[in-house]
Design a protein around this ligand. Structure first.
Ligand SMILES: Cc1ncc(COP(=O)(O)O)c(C=O)c1O
Length: 386
């Protein structure tokens, strides 16, 4: 049996949506992108949604719009994809890497407090909703409540977390700015793409301008409004981060089924949790939110040192049996650039270290059959509990 790590769900709706854009003759940002933005505002309970061409672009725009400048310090977990931290460097600011919670792999208020105590002035935090569940944002241990109290800006990297929820409502509704990813293997995709949501009018206005060269009007306005003139102004050296309509069209079709996709991934997670729970030498993912509030983008397991084979050997065994896996993540404190530039020592990240040395992510996608899930479980059992 061949089981990929991820499989894109394409229906006739995606094909029809893209065809309609091609037939319209207008391929770049226009009506489809606006429709996708309107849907996200509604789903995330936010005043503003801005479509961009990647989550990385969204994170860059978010940090720029909240005023991160050269020399500023921005807290970010080491256990994340490089995009969460590289955008801090784009602006000449410096990441302050922190460890994560042992059971959820999420950044905590305590870790941010410790960074503030050690480094003093922290301009912002990039918090990652790792795997698809929300960071604890509100309440006594809430990262958002703490950041507001301290005057620290909070950007949420929600690349894994659409749709996801917490006691405060949908992911995206809380924080200064939240950025979603529609990369090819995400919970919904536009091929490449992302969405930025915020309730802050000034931040939204700045992002809107900066995502298109620092021009004070968007392309659609410029070419299509009845009374539009050729004239535009450039108010800043912006970027080229707008989402083309071809991509937005795929997103609109995906959005129709995104809740169904989430339910199907949850069913995969429930199957794995039930069928792997008696294997003592692996650690299964722990949800701090109800199952239905988790987007289940990832299903990461950790092979403990007590296992008969290690993580790399299990990945090879699964691979030889036709099962695709991935590792989320080799932490940033182990990546040459960050390690050398910031003189990072693995001993400063004990939880992340323990986690990453044993972690691998199992296939989880809508349309994965019980037969396929059973096969993955069978290969794991054969290797870890012969
Ligand atoms: C945690 C995290 N942040 C950011 C990104 C970047 O997303 P994009 O590829 O849409 O730029 C990813 C992509 O995998 C991610 O996993």
């Amino acid at each position: 049996m061949k089981i990929p790590f991820f499989k894109f769900e394409c229906s006739q709706a995606e094909i029809d949506q893209v065809t309609s854009v091609l037939e319209s003759g207008w391929l770049t940002t226009a009506k489809k992108a606006s429709e996708l933005e309107a849907a996200f505002k509604q789903r995330c309970h936010t005043d503003h949604a801005l479509a961009v061409n990647s989550c990385t672009a969204g994170l860059h725009l978010a940090l720029e719009a909240i005023g991160v400048n050269a020399g500023d310090k921005v807290v970010v977990p080491s256990l994340t994809f490089t995009a969460s931290a590289e955008v801090i460097r784009y602006l000449g600011a410096d990441p302050v890497f922190v460890d994560v919670d042992e059971s959820t792999q999420l950044i905590t208020r305590a870790a941010i407090e410790a960074a503030v105590a050690e480094y003093g002035d922290i301009k912002a935090v990039v918090a990652v909703h790792f795997g698809g569940q929300s960071v604890e944002l509100v309440g006594a241990n809430g990262v958002w409540d703490y950041c507001k109290e301290q005057g620290i800006k909070l950007v949420l990297d929600a690349a894994h977390a659409f749709p996801a929820f917490d006691s405060y409502g949908p992911v995206g509704s809380v924080g200064d700015v939240t950025c979603f990813s529609f990369y090819a293997n995400k919970t919904m995709t536009t091929g490449e793409g992302g969405m930025v949501v915020t309730n802050d009018e000034a931040i939204a206005a700045r992002i809107k301008t900066m995502r298109l060269h620092g021009i004070n009007r968007d392309i659609w306005d410029r070419f299509t409004k009845a009374n539009a003139s050729w004239e535009y102004d450039v108010v800043a050296p912006g970027f080229k981060y707008n989402m083309p309509d071809v991509n937005a069209a795929i997103g609109l079709a995906q959005l129709e089924r995104v809740d169904l996709f989430r339910e199907q991934r949850q069913a995969c997670a429930e199957y794995y949790l039930a069928q792997l729970s008696d294997i003592d030498c692996i650690q299964l993912p722990q949800a701090r939110v109800p199952m239905a509030h988790h987007s289940w983008h990832l299903f990461p397991i950790v092979v403990k040192p007590t296992a008969p084979i290690n993580r790399d050997q299990l990945i090879s065994a699964l691979n030889e049996s036709g099962v695709g896996t991935s590792v989320h993540y080799k932490p940033l404190h182990r990546m040459t650039y960050y390690k050398e530039k910031y003189q990072l020592d693995p001993a400063s990240f004990p939880v992340t270290e323990r986690y990453w040395q044993g972690c691998l992510s199992l296939p989880i996608y809508p349309g994965m059959t019980t037969e396929q899930l059973a096969y993955v479980v069978q290969v794991i059992r054969a290797n870890l509990k012969p």
